[in-house]
Design a binder for this molecule. Structure first.
Ligand code: SF4
Length: 162
């Protein structure tokens, strides 16, 4: 990832964090956002987010299942500084769901704009897809894969029932 791309992605994270602060959704600290299968959702991330996440995350064992995130330890995130957008934006608070969708759509659109502007290509897939790649692959040019998401679909980073 170039410095220019990194700066734009971090600016999108800052936008998301500011929007969350302004909305002040309730967090019950249940940890359910990180236990995907148990609570019926899937965390989708872009390759940009995967690269940043792995820069700041602790080491982990492969293979990683789709069931949960290996960086949740004792109910806490051990990769908080570099966690992806879905982790920043997702809250269980019922009163926050509409605003959550708006922030998600705005931030994913911004990342796609960065991808287009810098010609990086766009890859969007479940978290475990990226975590199961050889570590060096996260810094390589993206290639199409069977479970990657391309095109104009903009699903929520955390998709209930997926
Ligand atoms: S990176 Fe952190 S917040 Fe995101 S799913 Fe993993 S443990 Fe949860």
């Amino acid at each position: 990832m170039t410095d220019a791309v990194r700066a734009e992605v971090l600016a999108v994270y800052a936008f998301a964090d500011d929007a969350i602060r302004a909305a002040a959704p309730r967090c019950d600290a249940s940890g359910r956002c990180c236990r995907f299968t148990e609570y019926g959702h899937t965390l989708f991330i872009s390759r940009f987010e995967a690269e940043l996440l792995l820069e700041g995350a602790p080491s982990y064992e492969q293979p990683v299942s789709r069931d949960g995130c290996p960086f949740q330890v004792n109910g806490l995130c051990t990769a908080r500084e570099t966690r992806p957008l879905g982790c920043r934006i997702y809250f269980c608070d019922p009163a926050f769901q509409d605003r959550m969708s708006e922030i998600t759509e705005a931030t994913i659109a911004a990342l796609k704009t960065t991808a287009d502007a810098h010609g990086t290509g766009w890859e969007y897939a479940p978290l475990h897809h990226f975590l199961n790649e050889p570590r060096a692959a996260t810094t390589q040019t993206p290639t199409a894969t069977a479970d990657s998401m391309t095109g104009t679909r903009v699903p929520l980073p955390v998709v209930p029932g997926s």
